[in-house]
Design a protein around this ligand. Structure first.
Ligand SMILES: NC(=O)c1ccc[n+]([C@@H]2O[C@H](COP(=O)([O-])OP(=O)(O)OC[C@H]3O[C@@H](n4cnc5c(N)ncnc54)[C@H](OP(=O)(O)O)[C@@H]3O)[C@@H](O)[C@H]2O)c1
Length: 214
């Protein structure tokens, strides 16, 4: 599969490696392709390339949004929303507001959510909110000393959620919990806030959640 990732930061680079390890072709989209030259040489994989946001969006049969929240709408505009139509779009973003310094606050208010806004900006795409509740390295290696965490996803399209579940399973996720349609993205984003606050309070970033049931 051809995967286009919008964004070039920590999450984008990590997920690129995950998709490469699963045998996919990946193009990262950025406003500054030249800054990734060194990273491209380090990864040295013929199935990996870098381009503009619109080139990555045109390239991908499946797309990933891995942008800082404040730049997400602009990144989508640069990528051209039409290039997302009919595609599965994995939204990893968290709507964080760092304007008052860390720890951040949520930039959206219930019942609105970043996931719903993204789906609104991409009305013809099948957006799935996923991987936003763990730190980047755990997204593709969900194995911790104390056990394996669970993944929580939300989105309007069941087939798209199935595709994301398959990808997550390939990366080692044992339990993927479907929280329902995109109106539930808010809970995933507040869940990420709990994770973020715990991280700042304890200066600890390798924690993750598991749902325990009797
Ligand atoms: N880091 C984590 O462990 C983690 C975990 C869960 C969820 N998340 C979420 O995942 C997203 C990405 O995180 P990250 O750590 O990879 O962030 P990052 O390293 O800061 O990367 C942010 C990306 O956003 C793009 N961007 C920023 N402002 C933009 C603008 N005005 N217009 C267009 N593009 C813009 C940048 O693209 P350019 O290359 O064009 O500059 C950059 O590649 C965030 O929403 C974050 O909350 C992160």
């Amino acid at each position: 599969m051809k995967v286009g990732i919008i964004g070039s930061g920590n999450v984008a680079q990590t997920l690129a490696k995950g998709f490469l390890s699963s045998g996919h072709n990946v193009k990262l989209g950025t406003r500054s392709p030249e800054k990734l030259g060194e990273w491209l040489s380090e990864v040295a994989n013929e199935n990996l390339s870098v381009g503009s946001n619109v080139e990555a969006a045109e390239f991908g049969e499946l797309l990933v949004l891995a942008t800082g929240w404040e730049g997400t709408k602009n990144a989508i505009e640069l990528a051209n929303a039409e290039n997302f139509a009919g595609k599965v779009v994995i939204d990893v973003t968290n709507p964080l507001d760092f304007s008052a310094g860390p720890p951040p606050k949520l930039a959206v208010q219930y019942p609105e959510s970043g996931g719903e806004l993204v789906q609104k900006w991409l009305p013809d795409a099948n957006v799935v909110k996923a991987f936003n509740t763990v730190s980047a390295h755990i997204m593709i290696h969900p194995h911790l000393q104390e056990g394996n965490p669970d993944l929580f996803i939300a989105g309007n399209d069941d087939q798209a959620k199935w595709v994301v579940t398959e990808i997550a399973t390939e990366w080692g996720w044992e339990n993927v919990h479907d929280l329902g349609d995109m109106t539930n993205a808010y809970w995933l984003e507040t869940f990420a806030m709990l994770w973020i606050y715990f991280g700042f309070r304890n200066n600890h970033w390798t924690h993750a959640f598991k749902l325990l049931m009797k």
